[in-house]
Design a protein. Sequence first.
Length: 69
Amino acid sequence: MAANESDHLKSLIISTAQELWEDKVALGKFLNVVRRSEGFAPLADTLEQSEVRPAKPTFYGVQSTEFQS
């Protein structure tokens, strides 16, 4: 997977986690799907263990802003 494509996926995952943050059931289901994606299980684990809503993807060093409003 190209680095740019990886950044796009990370941005989408983080942005979706932000949107689902209040609905813990939906968030959990989404993160379980993310864990099945090669290379993204650690990101899903980090997001699930966080006690605060995730920051914007750029906070994590993700350069893609394609999925941000």
